[in-house]
Every structure is written in structure tokens, then in C-alpha cells.
Design a protein around this ligand. Structure first.
Ligand SMILES: *[C@@H]1O[C@H](CO)[C@@H](O)[C@H](O)[C@H]1NC(C)=O
Ligand SMILES: *[C@@H]1O[C@H](CO)[C@@H](O)[C@H](O)[C@H]1NC(C)=O
Ligand SMILES: *[C@@H]1O[C@H](CO)[C@@H](O)[C@H](O)[C@H]1NC(C)=O
Length: 211
């Protein structure tokens, strides 16, 4: 019970502060579906294509990359994952196709002085398991894909030719379930980047002692 209550609290803390950003007007970023992903078996719970949102860096931030895992709890068994697969937490079909970039993702220098001009990526969360699974469930009526590891890989492979392969600095981050994903994939990101790149990871509320 305690653990569930804490996860609920974390979800509230991780929620983007929309009202604040909407007041500023601008920072809406389009979704990019990863077209080649299904050939790699990298799909959301319901089989839809995974996605990210990329806002390009400029000036002194041109060679730097901030990747942020979206959070959003987990599903815990076939029934709850089936339910999730019909929502924005388990399928890109139901997600907003534009996202407000706020907080650490903001492009406003006075709100986000450290990262405003970096290449900033929000990695959408649709596998239900902190980008950690690699299996499939199926019976006669239901098919569910637990392919978080492949989604992570497909998104990194999609970003490499967009400049990530020449990153000078990279920061992997995420909150809650996305904070847990940050722990899982921190070393793996370094492995994809140039040896000269400085890679750091920031897990925000991503350590779940009881679960
Ligand atoms: C950036 O944020 C500051 C502080 O909230 C605000 O006054 C300013 O209008 C914002 N700039 C842009 C370009 O949105
Ligand atoms: C397949 O799995 C789903 C989800 O657990 C379940 O609701 C359904 O009854 C199962 N169908 C069959 C034919 O076993
Ligand atoms: C990185 O993670 C992906 C997906 O889990 C895996 O396929 C790949 O082998 C990993 N690479 C390294 C160098 O660990």
C-alpha cells in the first residue's frame, strides 16, 4: 500500500506543468514515429510504432543531447497491460502528437539556462515496464508486446544519424518509471556514443525500494 501511495505521489510530481508552459506560448514539439522500428520488433504494448519528440539544439548547445524518458507507472499483469494497451500509456495511437517541452526540456534560457539550447528529446513511454522487457504474450484473442529494450535501441539508432553519433555531451534523464529506465540504460547509452563524449545520467525519483 505504502509503495503504491508513493508511486501515486511521484506521478503527480513528475507531471509536466502545462499551465505554466502554455502561458509562454511556444514550446510545442511534434512527435516523430520511428518508422523502421517494427522490423526490429520494437513496438508498443499494442503493436503500434514507438515515438519521440526532438527539439533541435543550436549555438553552443549544438553538439549536446538531453534524452528524457517519459514516466507513467507500470502495468502488473496481462489484464492490466491489456487495459493499458488501449490508452496513451500503452500505444502511440492514443498519444498527443505534440508535446509541451517544459522544465528541463524548455527552450527558454531564463527557465532552463543549462539545457535550453541542447538537442532535447522526449522518449515516449508505451511498453508498460520502464523500457526493460523483451517478450510477447499471445493467446487466441490477445497479443501484447513487452518490447521496451528494443524500443530504447530503435530510438537511439534513429537518433544517431541525426547527430547523436557526434555528441560531445549527453545527459540521460527521466522521472518515476522513466527514472528507473534511466538506471537501466545509462551504461548502454555510453556504449553507442563516441569514446570522447561526456555521458551523465539523472534518475529523478526513479529508485523503488519496495517494488
Ligand atoms: C521565458 O521565461 C520568462 C520567465 O518566465 C518569460 O518572462 C519570457 O517571456 C519567456 N520567454 C519566451 C521567449 O517565452
Ligand atoms: C487471452 O488473454 C486475455 C487476457 O488475459 C483473456 O482475457 C482472454 O480470456 C484470453 N483468451 C483465451 C482464449 O484464453
Ligand atoms: C544496448 O541495449 C540494447 C537493447 O537492450 C542491446 O541490444 C545492445 O546490445 C546493448 N549494447 C551494449 C553495448 O550493451
Amino acid at each position: 500500500m505504502m509503495a503504491l501511495a508513493m508511486i501515486g505521489l511521484v506521478l503527480v510530481l513528475c507531471a509536466p506543468r502545462r499551465a505554466w508552459s502554455d502561458e509562454q506560448g511556444s514550446d510545442l514539439v511534434d512527435m516523430t514515429l520511428v518508422r523502421g522500428a517494427s522490423a526490429q520488433g520494437a513496438v508498443c504494448l499494442d503493436g503500434s510504432l514507438p515515438a519521440y519528440h526532438l527539439d533541435r539544439g543550436h549555438g553552443s548547445g549544438l553538439g549536446n543531447w538531453l534524452l528524457q524518458f517519459e514516466g507513467g507507472g507500470w502495468c502488473n499483469d496481462i489484464d492490466s497491460c491489456l487495459e493499458r494497451s488501449m490508452t496513451r500509456r500503452g500505444s502511440t495511437r492514443y498519444m498527443n502528437k505534440q508535446e509541451v517541452f517544459s522544465g528541463i526540456l524548455s527552450n527558454n534560457v531564463s527557465l532552463n539556462p543549462d539545457f535550453y539550447n541542447w538537442n532535447r528529446v522526449k522518449i515516449r513511454y508505451c511498453d508498460g515496464a520502464s523500457f526493460a522487457g523483451d517478450s510477447v504474450f499471445s493467446n487466441q484473442t490477445t497479443k501484447l508486446y513487452f518490447r521496451g529494450q528494443r524500443i530504447w535501441r530503435a530510438i537511439v539508432l534513429d537518433l544517431l544519424p541525426k547527430g547523436l553519433d557526434q555528441a560531445e555531451k549527453a545527459l540521460l534523464s527521466g522521472c518515476s518509471a522513466g527514472g528507473l529506465a534511466t538506471f537501466f540504460h545509462c551504461d548502454n547509452l555510453s556504449a553507442f556514443l563516441p569514446k570522447t563524449a561526456t555521458v551523465k545520467c539523472l534518475s529523478d525519483a526513479g529508485f523503488f525500494l519496495d517494488v
